[in-house]
Ligand binder design. Structure first.
Ligand SMILES: *[C@@H]1O[C@H](CO)[C@@H](O)[C@H](O)[C@H]1NC(C)=O
Ligand SMILES: *[C@@H]1O[C@H](CO)[C@@H](O)[C@H](O)[C@H]1NC(C)=O
Ligand SMILES: *[C@@H]1O[C@H](CO)[C@@H](O)[C@H](O)[C@H]1NC(C)=O
Ligand SMILES: *[C@@H]1O[C@H](CO)[C@@H](O)[C@H](O)[C@H]1NC(C)=O
Ligand SMILES: *[C@@H]1O[C@H](CO)[C@@H](O)[C@H](O)[C@H]1NC(C)=O
Ligand SMILES: *[C@@H]1O[C@H](CO)[C@@H](O)[C@H](O)[C@H]1NC(C)=O
Ligand SMILES: *[C@@H]1O[C@H](CO)[C@@H](O)[C@H](O)[C@H]1NC(C)=O
Ligand SMILES: *[C@@H]1O[C@H](CO)[C@@H](O)[C@H](O)[C@H]1NC(C)=O
Ligand SMILES: *[C@@H]1O[C@H](CO)[C@@H](O)[C@H](O)[C@H]1NC(C)=O
Ligand SMILES: *[C@@H]1O[C@H](CO)[C@@H](O)[C@H](O)[C@H]1NC(C)=O
Ligand SMILES: *[C@@H]1O[C@H](CO)[C@@H](O)[C@H](O)[C@H]1NC(C)=O
Ligand SMILES: [Zn+2]
Length: 678
């Protein structure tokens, strides 16, 4: 059996590889280069690709020619005409990318950098213009940002000072589980026994209980040691640095020796609080839950539990270990965790750093996801939303309809039951542009604003932002109010640890059966509501197609329309045509599920939009050039092959490409065996 949730990481499937945000100065000079180039390169515009373009505006009355013309010039500026598109399309379409943008940039990283600049611009405005303070969030974010900018140098003991009133009087006599529950309020659950609220399916969070990952250990830096020993909380003096380090090392060694009772297979079982209490009596579970969740839970409260036997052994060990040591270890781990949260400006501190403003913004985008999205929407996006959504929702629905048809035709010869389950998954799939709850009033945001407290310095604000996030999630697990649920499950309030790269391009979230389209996507070069068909479908239809196909990829196909794990892949591997198709795609060391989404997504886009108009060579070529743009400069990561591999492979699997560019069979882009996947 597989769990309903192995990990968030695995459930979020995006199109982009990891993200290196270029800093704004570099960015500015690169943009400058681009403008210079455009100014001097008007002759490019008369090249092929543009003479007989379809200039229709598929979803609006009219589309601004200027937007399209400028974008086409930009695409053409990256083309290396010395290269043959039929040999290596990446080399052709992205040939001049590096010389313009260097080696660490992609269109995605540049777009993200622009979003960060928008925030910087907004925070500058807020210093002079208080009219925004009539709206929720703005005032608190402005204060939070100023406090972050005022950071002098790291002062980690301040975190502990602020926790003081929540910390026990004595580290020696306080049970280790109680301190863990206090830290759990801030979303910390890194060691000993993990008790956390996780997203579970399309409508619920659940409580998860599991043994810690003993492969993760503490790096006790001198800074952390310093903060601990300086702080008043103490039963006797802290041992010297080296000695404490050694004590922690031995503790970790002992914990490691309590091996899990089985190979981790991500399988969770459903248990009630009473059952857990009966099997692991060494902890007062009800009491620590009350502390961590800020509410009382009943004995029939359901949990997803992994390896209760290992938890029992851990608890027995911890209950007889030196409590003072355990609690010191917990505090050290907590500090280490806080510093390592994404973009914490205290990490890798360098005096007088010019990039503090950017770090503060990036940190706030992670730790205050909802407030930051709200102000972005209000200041930069609201006026474009209607026009954008009209286009994006229509394209999404058309792709959905096409994919349902494809499933109905059942080329893989699946059972009717499986066909209907997969169709349901496609049919009920949702899309959210901008990732805010789509249908709420200002009142909703005022209530969020009220729950979130901004204090007097970076440390206090940081802890409060964590408290805010995790208390919302904890309440969500408990609430019976269906209206509330409908709101909170219509978007994804990213946790503070959420990876930047997933948030930078659209991604499919399997527990909610929903595609999230972030702000950094709904802008040039990827999208504009005024795009002509070749530009519009060249990226949008392919990108949404890619994300939609993640619902059926080799990893995520198992989740049903409501985010529940089922046995679809067990059924699929019994179907010969399916296993043949997978084998065909999986020809070497590739990221199979990304490849499947790339290939099937491109085919889906062409099925839906590749009508006669694309036989016009200018339109066909521009369509593929726009498709290529996303991949330029992309060096891949552990989940994704390089942009060059991905682009060339995907296009070698769509015959339309060879047709449009007139590629002879046997050329690089027209020699691959055609794999009959979805
Ligand atoms: C202040 O911000 C408001 C939006 O809240 C805007 O309409 C107004 O033009 C701004 N005023 C100045 C002086 O920039
Ligand atoms: C989601 O999980 C909860 C808790 O297990 C369950 O009660 C609920 O019915 C599930 N929701 C759906 C839509 O299946
Ligand atoms: C580790 O375990 C050994 C033997 O069980 C015990 O003597 C020792 O005190 C433990 N060390 C720590 C740091 O708990
Ligand atoms: C999980 O356990 C709880 C408490 O024992 C029970 O009420 C619930 O029905 C169970 N859910 C499932 C899906 O088994
Ligand atoms: C805990 O609950 C109480 C009462 O419901 C509430 O007043 C308080 O703000 C909550 N604390 C947090 C951190 O949410
Ligand atoms: C399709 O699958 C069914 C079993 O589900 C099998 O009886 C039938 O022969 C298959 N048809 C083809 C054309 O392979
Ligand atoms: C938003 O609310 C309106 C009216 O209250 C309703 O007609 C519409 O279906 C809602 N949309 C969503 C996505 O919930
Ligand atoms: C449920 O939540 C909505 C939205 O927050 C609120 O307006 C309503 O009063 C709540 N209903 C109950 C019964 O608490
Ligand atoms: C999948 O689960 C269903 C019950 O939900 C069961 O009838 C079927 O045999 C399972 N199929 C496989 C291949 O495991
Ligand atoms: C893909 O191929 C690799 C080795 O080439 C193999 O380890 C892996 O199991 C294959 N995956 C699937 C789903 O067939
Ligand atoms: C232009 O493209 C659209 C597809 O969006 C198509 O419906 C229309 O027929 C095309 N017009 C011409 C003249 O090809
Ligand atoms: Zn993907």
């Amino acid at each position: 059996m597989k769990s309903a949730e192995s990990s968030h990481q695995k459930c979020d499937k995006s199109k982009s590889a990891s993200l290196k945000i270029i800093n704004s100065r570099k960015m500015a000079s690169r943009l400058w280069t681009l403008f210079l180039f455009l100014a001097s390169a008007n002759h490019v515009y008369s090249a092929p690709y543009t003479t007989h373009l379809n200039r229709s505006c598929p979803y609006h009355n009219s589309c601004s020619p200027g937007v399209n013309q400028q974008h086409i010039e930009r695409l053409l500026s990256y083309v290396d005409n010395e290269k043959q598109p039929c040999d290596d399309f990446y080399a052709y379409a992205c040939g001049k990318w590096r010389e313009k943008h260097g080696s660490d940039a992609t269109a995605t990283t540049m777009s993200e950098a622009q979003i960060n600049e928008n925030y910087a611009e907004l925070f500058a405005e807020l210093r002079h213009n208080s009219s925004y303070f009539e709206f929720p969030m703005f005032r608190k974010l402005a204060t939070h940002f100023q406090d972050c900018l005022a950071l002098d140098k790291p002062h980690l003991s301040r975190y502990l000072e602020l926790l003081d009133h929540k910390l026990p009087e004595s580290l020696k006599t306080t049970h280790w589980s109680e301190l863990l529950a206090v830290l759990g309020q801030y979303g910390y659950h890194g060691h000993f026994v993990l008790l956390e609220v996780r997203w579970h399916n399309a409508t619920h969070h659940m409580l998860f209980l599991l043994p810690h990952n003993h492969h993760l250990s503490l790096n006790l830096t001198p800074d952390i040691y310093d903060a601990l020993s300086r702080h008043g909380l103490s039963d006797g003096a802290w041992p010297p640095y080296e000695q404490l380090r050694e004590q922690f090392r031995l503790l970790e060694q002992n914990l490691t020796s309590l091996e899990r009772s089985k190979i981790p297979d991500d399988s969770f079982t459903n248990r009630s609080l009473e059952e857990i209490q009966a099997e692991v009596p060494g902890v007062e579970w009800g009491r620590i839950l009350r502390k961590q969740l800020n509410r009382t839970v009943g004995g029939n409260q359901a949990f997803q539990v992994d390896d209760l036997a290992a938890i029992k052994r851990l608890v027995e060990y911890l209950n007889q270990a030196d409590n003072l040591l355990l609690n010191r270890y917990s505090l050290a781990r907590f500090l280490s965790h806080l510093v390592s949260l994404p973009h914490n400006p205290l990490a890798e501190w360098s005096p007088g750093s010019k990039s503090l403003s950017l770090r503060c913004i990036r940190h706030m985008r992670r730790s205050l996801y909802l407030p930051m999205n709200y102000v972005y929407e209000h200041r930069f996006y609201a006026h474009r939303r209607r026009a954008d959504e009209l286009v994006i929702h229509r394209v999404f629905e058309q792709l959905q309809g096409q994919l349902e048809l494809n499933l109905d035709n059942n080329p893989l010869n699946l059972s009717q039951e499986l066909v209907s389950s997969l169709k349901a998954k496609v049919h009920f799939m949702r899309i959210n542009v901008g990732n805010l709850p789509p249908n709420v009033s200002e009142q909703f945001y005022w209530e969020v604003d009220r729950r979130w407290i901004v204090g007097h310095d970076f440390y206090e604000n940081h802890l409060n932002s964590l408290l805010f996030y995790y208390s919302v999630v904890s309440d969500l697990e408990g609430t019976k109010n269906q209206t509330e649920r409908a709101i909170w499950y219509s978007f994804n309030m990213h946790q503070p640890e959420f990876p930047d790269n997933i948030d930078a391009t659209p991604y499919f979230y399997c527990l909610g059966d929903i595609i999230f389209v972030p702000y950094s996507y709904v802008r040039l070069p990827f999208f504009h509501a005024d795009f002509w068909p070749a530009l519009l479908y060249g990226d949008l239809a392919n990108t949404l197609g890619h994300e939609m196909m993640h619902a059926l990829d080799t990893d995520l196909v198992d989740y049903d329309a409501w985010g529940h794990m089922s046995n679809f892949s067990d059924q699929l591997v019994l179907v010969p045509r399916y296993t043949d198709a997978v084998r065909c795609l999986n020809d070497s060391a590739v990221m199979l599920n990304e490849r499947a989404a790339d290939v099937s997504g491109s085919r889906l886009a062409l099925h839906t939009y590749g009508g006669d108009w694309m036989d016009n060579p200018d339109d066909g070529r521009l369509y593929f050039l726009q498709f290529a743009h996303f991949f330029c400069g992309d060096e891949g990561d552990i989940y994704h092959d390089t942009g060059s591999q991905r682009l060339n492979y995907a296009l070698s699997q769509v015959p339309k490409f060879a047709e449009v560019f007139g590629c002879q069979s046997g050329t690089g882009m027209n020699s691959a065996e055609q794999c009959p996947f979805w």
